[in-house]
Design a protein around this ligand. Structure first.
Ligand SMILES: *Cc1c(COP(=O)(O)O)cnc(C)c1O
Length: 426
């Protein structure tokens, strides 16, 4: 049989990512014919000779460049590992990227990226609300290192971003524009093409071009692919949809070869690498990613339709409900191919009523996180976003009656029945 494990097409016919997830990058001949890529649970790799060891160290430290077609040899699992590399190759396919690194968590992907691209005096521009850990990193640790930050509220649209970029460029060089679109928990979208355009204008006045990085955890990779809309980097908490079974913690960052090499160098130095067992679980998960994301999106749509007719529900933050004429609708049509399955809804009666519903749920579990096979619900104001001051929370729509739900792959009618019994005695 020809060696076809790195082929992405059959003749002229281009293969889709979901087909490539079963075999891309893995040569069974190197592993006794095993159909699945083994978990290479090893910390280090044996050199064939001292000369080869010397060469591999020269390559991995960047002292010499690989020749065209030459493969980077294996040295030590903080730098590279076959299971981990195959996971990286496959995530890059989903993101339509040249290269990818995986890391020990979503936060380590974000922190490694921001550390690799920023130096003291630089400014990071970010969208709000942003993941709590990212907020703490940007406004806490990085500020202490004299890396400054300017936020803008994503629901304010391009105007907010424009002002933030202007303010930031007066403070120093903008190193990274870090976005979450849609945001969590209110699902507001940021226009990536517009953002790219604004950044390019700023670029001319700076020494270094600002990098547009998108945390694509909420919709990616199935429903949104930021690199196709002008982003430089696409980041994930793989813990969520990509891992998808609520049984691992991981992260990734995809982009062009040059940028990823820069971030990989920092990852290999500070040790935010993913372990091989987690990478092996990711390979398992990638095979069913598309059908899981599709099934939960279908379920979410049905749950939204139910909530939309419920008299206790005052608001639903779900991109699939956007209507023509809303500027958000235009962005949605342009950059997303689906609404995903994590959304929020507000009920009458504030925290007391919301807690009452959460406490009564029987099938849907009360937990933070999202994107797993099981449905999860939580209360952003008291849980994931409790660190945001109340006045700010009200401003960004994280009200006391808001419940966030991540729809899993259970039968949608069962999820609806659970919500109905929990909400009907409000
Ligand atoms: C969960 C999450 C993170 C952090 O990921 P971890 O894997 O928990 O470190 C970052 N961004 C978003 C949008 C998330 O939902």
């Amino acid at each position: 049989m020809p060696n076809n494990y790195k082929k992405t097409a059959i003749g002229e016919h281009k293969l889709q990512p979901e087909s490539l997830m079963m075999g891309y990058g893995y040569d069974p001949k190197l592993s006794e014919g095993a159909i699945k890529c083994p978990n290479f649970q090893t910390s280090t790799f044996v050199f064939e000779s001292a000369e080869q060891g010397k060469h591999l160290f020269d390559v991995s430290s960047g002292r010499i460049q690989l020749k065209e077609g030459e493969k980077a040899g294996l040295v030590y699992s903080r730098f590279n590992n076959p299971t981990v590399e195959i996971a990286e190759n496959r995530i890059a396919i989903w993101d339509n990227a040249q290269d990818c690194i995986v890391t020990g968590s979503g936060m380590s992907a974000i922190s490694t990226t921001l550390l690799a691209l920023s130096k003291p005096g630089d400014v990071i521009v970010y969208s709000e609300p942003i993941y709590g850990g990212t907020d703490t990193l940007i406004n806490g640790m990085l500020t202490q290192m004299n890396i400054k930050a300017v936020g803008f509220i994503s629901s304010e649209g391009t105007k907010g971003l424009e002002e933030a970029l202007k303010t930031a460029s007066e403070m120093g060089n903008i190193s990274v524009v870090m976005l979450e679109t849609p945001d969590n928990p209110t699902n507001n979208l940021v226009d990536l093409v517009k953002c790219r355009h604004l950044i390019d204008e700023i670029s001319e006045k700076q020494l270094v071009r600002p990098i547009l990085a998108v945390d694509n955890t909420m919709l990616g990779p199935l429903w949104q692919q930021p690199l196709n809309h002008g982003a430089d980097l696409c980041l994930y908490s793989l813990t969520k949809y990509v891992g998808g079974h609520s049984d691992l913690i991981g992260g990734s960052c995809s982009g062009n070869k040059e940028l990823i090499a820069k971030i990989r160098k920092i990852r290999n130095c500070i040790g935010t690498t993913m372990d091989s067992h987690t990478a092996w679980l990711i390979l398992r998960s990638l095979e069913t990613l598309k059908i899981r994301m599709q099934a939960s999106a279908i379920g979410a749509k049905q749950v939204v339709d139910y909530l939309n007719t419920h008299q206790q529900v005052t608001r639903i933050d779900y991109p699939g409900l956007l209507t023509e004429g809303d500027p958000q609708y235009q962005i949605y049509k342009k950059q997303c191919t689906g609404a995903g399955s994590t959304f929020s809804f507000e009920i009458k009666g504030g925290e007391k009523a919301a807690f009452n519903v959460l406490n009564k749920l029987k099938l849907v579990k009360l937990a933070v996180s999202l994107g797993g096979t099981e449905s999860l619900a939580q209360h952003p104001a008291a849980m994931t976003h409790s660190g945001v001051p109340k006045a700010r929370r009200e401003l960004i729509g994280v009200t006391d009656g808001l419940i966030r739900i991540s729809i899993g792959i259970e039968e949608p009618a069962d999820i609806i029945a659970d919500l109905a019994q929990a909400m009907n005695e409000l």
